[in-house]
Design a protein around this ligand. Structure first.
Ligand SMILES: Cc1ncc(COP(=O)(O)O)c(C=O)c1O
Length: 377
């Protein structure tokens, strides 16, 4: 049996998004051209922008299309004009945020404060607010963690930091894992900037968006033509952007049913995993993305399990796709207080509404046999 259970790494494209992309690829206008073909492409682009804005509850002029989540994170962190103060973030952000901040620290342009989450993987808003003092210009906290699926209290953090500090402070959230899976509303969350990526909700890889509240000055990150109101030059990837909007609409409209189904499947698999001796679940089971399982088995290396599962036809990951292969244990799990040894044991299984009960049973059977086998070696 072949089972794909690595949806946090990337998702298969939704059929409607694929069809919209193909239709768009068959056209060839450049949205900046003033002739009919160009105007048609520009109309498609603007209608995608309207769609994305509506789904996030903001204005179309507050949406900038990017090449994905990494670019949106880099841009938000480097180019929002918020002065040269301190940045407060969590220690378990995605590397698109953490490594950008590290680079700025090396360049001497920013001082960074990193806050560890509680052992269940959730940040305490009061701890963030306590650090976000008068010298802080940017707070960046992810909406959902990519390894353990922990949902962060973004609205509470926003209220806490805005109560305790100056209004000049910009609040950015990396919502790459959240959009399309849990409700995301920039007004309710109280964020000034938000990053998203299409390939995490059934859109194509290599396209995303940055929401930037009007009033926050966003300097360009790249220089060139006048696209995206002069802030993000480069001929737009119209087909991918259109497909992203279609995928986002479908994911948001089906969210409740998809989440209920996926959560039920996930909980069934968690129950089966916990029947395996020495099994542990990493992170809170309460505030978690519906399809996420992050677990470890005492005395067993996560990467070995991933390889054996792959041989059995099951795709999962050890830690996150970005850290696997790096040789380092997950920075997320160590920030939660786990030992390096325990963190090496982590495997991440991420389900979606396209998975079935039979697939979950298969994963559980394979896992039980593999763990037993590895312990014997
Ligand atoms: C939380 C988070 N942020 C950012 C990214 C980077 O997004 P992209 O792959 O679109 O560059 C990812 C991708 O795994 C992610 O999970």
């Amino acid at each position: 049996m072949k089972v794909y259970a690595d949806h946090a790494a990337t998702t298969p494209m939704r059929e409607r998004a694929k069809a919209a992309m193909i239709e768009c690829l068959e056209g060839y206008g450049n949205p900046s051209s003033i002739h009919t073909a160009g105007r048609l492409a520009a109309m498609k682009l603007e209608s995608a922008r309207k769609e994305v804005a509506e789904l996030l509850n903001c204005r179309p002029a507050e949406i900038y299309f990017t090449s994905g989540g990494t670019e949106a994170d880099n841009w938000a962190i480097r180019a929002a004009r918020y002065g040269a103060g301190r940045v407060v973030t969590s220690a378990f952000e995605h590397h698109a945020v953490l490594h950008t901040l590290e680079a700025m620290e090396r360049e001497g342009t920013r001082k960074i404060t990193r806050i560890n989450p509680e052992p269940d993987g959730i940040l305490d808003p009061e701890k963030v607010a306590a650090e976000a003092d008068g010298t802080t210009n940017l707070v960046s906290v992810m909406a959902a963690n990519n390894e353990i699926g922990a949902l962060q209290p973004i609205a509470e953090i926003s209220r806490a930091i805005k109560k305790s500090s100056r209004s000049l402070m910009v609040f950015h959230t990396d919502a790459v894992q959240a959009v399309g899976h849990v409700p995301v509303d920039v007004q309710k969350m109280g964020v000034d900037m938000l990053s998203l990526s299409a390939h995490k909700f059934g859109g194509p890889r290599g396209v995303g968006a940055l929401y930037c509240r009007s009033g926050v000055t966003l300097d360009p990150f790249l220089f060139g033509g006048g696209q995206e109101r002069g802030r993000r030059p480069g001929t737009e990837n119209t087909a991918a952007i259109v497909a992203m909007a279609v995928a986002m609409r479908e994911a948001c409209e089906n969210m409740t049913t998809a989440a209920e189904y996926t959560r039920r499947l996930r909980d069934k698999l968690v129950d089966r995993i916990l029947e395996i001796p020495g099994a542990n679940i990493n992170g809170s089971m309460n505030n978690r993305l519906p399809g996420n399982i992050n677990c470890r088995f005492d005395g067993v290396e996560g990467e070995a399990v991933v390889i054996m599962l792959d041989l059995a036809g099951v795709c999962v990951s050890a830690g996150s796709a970005c850290t696997s292969g790096s040789g380092e244990p997950s920075h997320v799990l160590t920030a939660m207080g786990q030992t390096r040894r325990d963190a090496y044991g982590a495997i991440r299984i991420t389900l979606a509404e396209t998975n079935t009960e039979a697939e979950v049973e298969y994963i559980a059977d394979q896992l039980a046999a593999i763990v037993k086998d590895l312990r014997r070696k």
